[in-house]
Design a protein around this ligand. Structure first.
Ligand code: S3P
Length: 163
């Protein structure tokens, strides 16, 4: 494994992850995609059908598997760092936290029904999410790269510079 990307949904983990993989000439993988492929339904459907705790259990397994198997750039779902075992496991990897402030987050994600955690009041929900998670992303990260006002290419370069 070369790099693990963590950070909130919509921060650009998949876009930057793909660009990074190109620059480093390695493969890109995303645990959300793994879950969708394995479960045969969308993340939103898993949340609706089974609830968040069931999704987190599936996600934990997917993260463990991807960390063990993948050699390249790996993006983790935004909430995967809520799990303490996952955070401990990440200590053995090179982890980059892609950050953004709340206003940037609201602008980027808007009212996106595909993101179940933002369905009611995006600005308030974003504020709460960031307050609950910011320190967890920081805890697992070897480097923090702010994405506010930057293009995916600029963020990719900043990640490479930070490593
Ligand atoms: C979530 C982030 C999403 C997805 C799910 C929950 C979260 O992944 O796993 O909607 O709790 O932050 P992305 O960060 O890839 O959007």
């Amino acid at each position: 494994m070369q790099i693990v990307l963590v950070g909130p949904m919509g921060v650009g983990k998949s876009t930057v992850g793909r660009l990074l993989a190109e620059r480093l000439d390695c493969a890109y993988r995303d645990t959300d995609d793994d879950i969708v492929a394995e479960q045969g339904r969308t993340i939103a459907d898993i949340f609706v059908d089974e609830g968040e705790p069931a999704f987190r259990a599936v996600e934990k397994q997917a993260v463990q598997r991807a960390l063990a198997e993948h050699d390249g750039v790996l993006a983790l779902g935004g909430g995967s760092i809520l799990d303490e075992d996952t955070r401990e496991l990440l200590a053995g990897y090179r982890v980059v936290y892609l950050s953004m402030d709340v206003e940037e987050a609201v602008q980027r994600t808007g009212l996106n029904a595909a993101r179940p955690l933002l369905a009611v009041n995006p600005r308030r929900q974003w504020r709460e999410l960031m307050e609950a998670r910011r320190h967890l992303y920081t805890e697992v990260a070897d480097a923090v790269v702010a994405t506010d006002g930057r293009t995916p290419e600029e963020v990719t370069q900043a990640v490479l510079d930070a490593l």
